[in-house]
Design a protein around this ligand. Structure first.
Ligand code: FRU
Length: 479
């Protein structure tokens, strides 16, 4: 480790020491989501299950609640509930990553952990350069940088980043999010036999493929994996136009299901489907654990969307991750379910039956700033709604077949809404943290994720229905 690296780490820890007590005094500080100790968190990076622990690294700006030269922060857990903050994994201290150790991934080989990330560099004139870099560890906690392993190929701009690596039939592959010289988004592939020398194989989808000539000007954070016999590419395209209920956020995150022909190489696939219907979801990344489960973590935010009006910035922190979700495929659709391990947080169980007829009532949610609410066996004539702490409302409109999440905008001036269509509604599963809601519909058929900033004194959760609605309700405090 260079002296400059040590100096950056020392300064980052100093920030944590100085400002973390202030961050922790924020009434909107989360209880069971991954957040930065101080500063800004964005993408999950290097998510991996290794030697009995889940590792989640994250894009971290320790010095301010804005972006800039990112570090890799690091959390580990054995049970997906109790997370431990580890030492800084990577600091932007070298010529090849001096303006940010940007997003990337982890793999293991011969009992060592390999991190691949993008070194973001600005030259003297402010022009962007990009390098795909490697760092290696024996213990999964401290990492030795090995420098640049792949350079920018011809035909692309320096918006070329976020390597995700995996092994297939004895060869290593790396998918990267790219922008062509014509300013179009693509996913491109590299291959390697030893993880240190990489050869460029070319684009696998995006502009020029699968009818996607006009599908965004940049694709960020690709993740490619096989699931139940299909290949799934998750990606975060930038530059899609809003289209009905779709693509309502500034940038999107979604997936294609198909088949990767490694020889060509080319990914043949179907339509793009958004992963989340809410306001705040971006740059998801997955791992496969020892039970063969495909687990997804995402950033619960979107770049360039409302950052200035998060009230948490007064407390020197901003953003968090989503809860981990297990992915399964049902036909061409990804189903996302909260990990069963999260049940270990449940306390003070209440089970009630509610029966409304043109009425509304308060749900007995003891601590809605850290609660799980499960609505099951739903039978409703025309729909119903659940209002959460005066700041968010979930509703189902049966005739139109639409579910809606409304929330107060962060500046408090507007109500904003996201919608999606569903055939019928049988279950609604909500996780409420101090400043977020995640709502899983019909056992993971759709999910809405959103930050919200309720008045800390407002603890009201109410259900109301114009016609007749009946359901069984489970309520827990999450500790
Ligand atoms: C996505 C992203 C990545 C980049 C990282 C920088 O949110 O822009 O493309 O690697 O964030 O923090």
């Amino acid at each position: 480790m260079t002296a400059h690296d040590q100096e950056l780490r020392r300064r980052a820890y100093e920030e944590v020491e100085k400002k973390e007590p202030i961050a922790n005094s924020d009434p909107h500080r989360q209880h069971f989501h991954i957040m930065p100790p101080v500063g800004l968190l964005n993408d999950p990076n290097g998510v991996i299950y290794w030697k009995g622990s889940y590792h989640v690294f994250f894009q971290w700006q320790p010095f301010q609640t804005g972006h800039g030269a990112k570090f890799w922060g690091h959390y580990t857990t054995q049970d997906v509930v109790n997370w431990k903050r580890e030492e800084i994994a990577l600091a932007p201290s070298d010529w090849f990553d001096k303006n940010g150790c940007y997003s990337g991934s982890a793999v293991t080989k011969d009992d060592r952990l390999y991190l691949f990330y993008t070194g973001n560099v600005r030259d003297q004139d402010g022009n962007r350069e990009t390098y795909q870099c490697l760092a290696v560890s024996d213990d999964g906690l401290s990492f030795e940088k090995k420098g640049v392993v792949a350079r920018l190929p011809e035909g692309y701009t320096a918006h070329f980043r976020d390597p995700k690596v995996w092994e297939h039939e004895g060869t290593w592959y790396m998918v990267i999010g790219a922008q062509t010289e014509n300013l179009k988004g693509q996913a491109v592939l590299f291959a390697s036999d030893n993880l240190s020398e990489w050869r460029f194989l070319g684009p696998i989808t995006g502009a020029g493929f699968n009818g996607l000539d006009d599908f965004g000007y940049m694709w960020e954070c690709p993740d490619l994996f096989s699931l139940q016999g299909s290949d799934v590419l998750i990606v975060s395209p930038q530059g899609l136009e809003a289209d009905g209920f779709r693509y309502q956020n500034v940038y999107q995150s979604g997936y294609f299901v198909g088949r990767l022909d490694y020889n060509k190489p080319e990914l043949k696939h179907g339509e793009f489907t958004e992963l989340d219907q809410g306001f705040d979801f971006y740059a998801p990344q997955t791992l496969e654990d020892d039970q063969g489960r495909r687990i997804l973590f995402a950033w619960m935010a979107v770049p360039d969307q409302d950052e200035g009006s998060h009230p948490t910035i007064d407390y020197h922190w901003i953003h968090c991750m989503t809860l981990p979700r297990q992915l399964t495929l049902s036909g061409q659709k990804l189903i996302q379910q909260p990990l069963p391990e999260l049940k270990a947080m449940r306390r003070n169980e209440k089970k009630i039956h509610i029966n409304m007829h043109g009425s509304s009532g308060t749900l007995p949610v003891e601590k809605p700033e850290r609660a799980e609410i499960l609505l099951e066996d739903i039978h409703t004539e025309s729909g119903f709604s659940i209002s959460i702490r005066g700041t968010a409302t979930f509703s189902f409109h049966k005739d139109e077949g639409i579910v809606t999440l409304e929330r107060k905008s962060f500046d408090g001036k507007r109500t904003e809404a996201r919608h999606c269509r569903i055939k019928d509604l049988h279950t609604v599963h909500m996780f409420l943290d101090a400043s977020s809601v995640e709502i899983f519909i019909n056992n993971g058929e759709e999910v809405f994720s959103a930050r919200y900033f309720p008045f800390p004194g407002n603890h009201e959760v109410t259900a109301s229905s114009t016609g007749k609605s009946e359901m069984n309700v489970g309520i827990w405090t999450l500790m």
